[in-house]
Design a binder for this molecule. Structure first.
Ligand code: SAM
Ligand code: SF4
Length: 365
């Protein structure tokens, strides 16, 4: 049954057809969607924005995702790994700037030298000011044991995007082999959830072969998994990757931006209390992209703290925003930008997912 946008925006539970209708909005109807998502976010989470100081630990990766500039087959970048002291310095800076949390992201490695190193780093970060920094990891697919070891060392949030919840599309954007296995990725998300991480997932928006039907299923997937956090950003074709050959067949920049915002806004209606990241990719394709994502329902920003000399080599996509900014510049710029759109950065707090905290409290009753 066809519903007007006003009726749809008041519905308590969105069915797949409702979601598709919202994702197909444009012009005034799209603005109504954004406005409603903002209203829902304010009533569930207030106007707070949480920060995670982003540490891009290493661009060494054992995988070859067909979209990513860091893929192992790309020989046009220099590979680096931060030293332990560099990581700890970044974490100390995050603490000093009042960000409250760090997020460690990296190319995927599963060898013991790497997993042990991460355990050591988590413990060292936990030593800063009596464990006052929250720790999010985004280090790809690992065994249950490794996820558990890192959790016990002190990490409490983990981001692992499913990239697409549609298996056919997944294999169009990844090689089809044992290192890029859709079911393994799903199993990793389940493992993170069962260990007790605040688990985040997400997708890229505007991929070749992606349809509104698939995007609606992605949002339903997040709801079914009952995840605590979601990160969605526009796909940005990288010239040194195989998917670049479709660059002229994907939606233009403005459409990819709008669709990303509609995905964020629709998900905010479906899951009012989760944390949602305003991805750097938004800002890369639109100078106001981060603000737009926040105004469409996102509530987390990850300012980059990676030492500047390494950033050029962590270009998962070209022209990444803020590559040359100094952390202190980012700090004051962000505060001003968030105030300008009626939001308030919550400093010196972990900024945990309210959805997760409530679910946990309920299960412990
Ligand atoms: N290696 C880990 C993983 O894959 O989960 C974490 C780092 S990976 C670089 C972080 C995210 O970057 C991926 O989940 C993917 O969605 C995003 N990404 C990679 N290439 C991209 C591109 N060309 N455009 C937009 N996002 C991209
Ligand atoms: Fe490696 Fe992650 Fe890039 Fe895939 S998306 S190539 S796993 S860094």
């Amino acid at each position: 049954m066809f519903m007007t946008i006003r009726e749809l925006l008041e519905k308590q539970y969105l069915e797949k057809d409702d979601i598709k209708q919202l994702l197909a909005t444009s012009g005034e109807e799209m603005q109504m969607l954004f406005h409603k998502a903002q209203e829902v976010k304010f009533s569930a989470l207030d106007n707070f924005v949480h920060l995670r100081g982003l540490i891009e630990y290493s661009n060494k990766c054992r995988k070859s995702c067909l979209y990513c500039g860091v893929r192992s087959n790309n020989t046009n970048i220099e590979r680096y790994t931060l030293t332990d002291d560099e990581v700890v310095e970044c974490a100390k800076l995050s603490h000093k700037l009042g960000y409250g949390s760090v997020a460690i992201q990296s190319g995927e490695r599963s060898d013991k030298a790497f997993t042990d190193k991460i355990t050591t780093l988590i413990k060292r970060i936990k030593e800063i000011d009596g464990g006052s920094l929250g720790i999010t990891l985004s280090l790809g697919e690992q065994s249950d044991e490794v996820y558990r070891e890192w959790f016990e060392a002190g990490a409490h949030r983990y981001l692992l995007r499913i990239e697409s919840s549609n298996e056919d599309l997944y294999y169009k954007i990844h090689p089809h082999d044992e290192r890029h296995d859709f079911h393994k990725r799903l199993a990793c998300i389940d493992s993170l959830l069962s260990i007790g991480y605040q688990t985040g997932t997400g997708v890229m928006v505007g991929l070749p072969f992606q349809t509104i039907d698939i995007l609606a299923d992605d949002l339903i997937f997040f709801r079914q998994k009952d995840v605590a956090m979601v990160g969605m950003g526009p796909f940005i074709p990288h010239p040194d990757t195989p998917l670049y050959k479709y660059a002229d067949q994907i939606p233009p920049v403005q459409e990819r931006m709008d669709m990303t915002l509609k995905m964020i806004a629709t998900l905010r209606l479906m899951m009012p209390e989760i944390n949602m990241v305003a991805a750097t990719a938004n800002q890369t394709i639109d100078p106001m992209g981060r603000e737009k994502a926040i105004m469409a329902g996102a509530n987390v920003i990850m300012p980059n703290l990676t030492p500047n000399e390494y950033r050029e080599d962590y270009l998962i996509y070209p022209d990444k925003a803020c590559v040359s900014d100094k952390p202190e510049e980012c700090f004051s710029c962000l505060d001003i930008r968030m105030k300008a759109i009626g939001h308030k950065i919550l400093y010196n707090a972990w900024g945990d997912s309210v959805a997760f905290t409530k679910k946990k409290a309920k299960s412990e009753r």
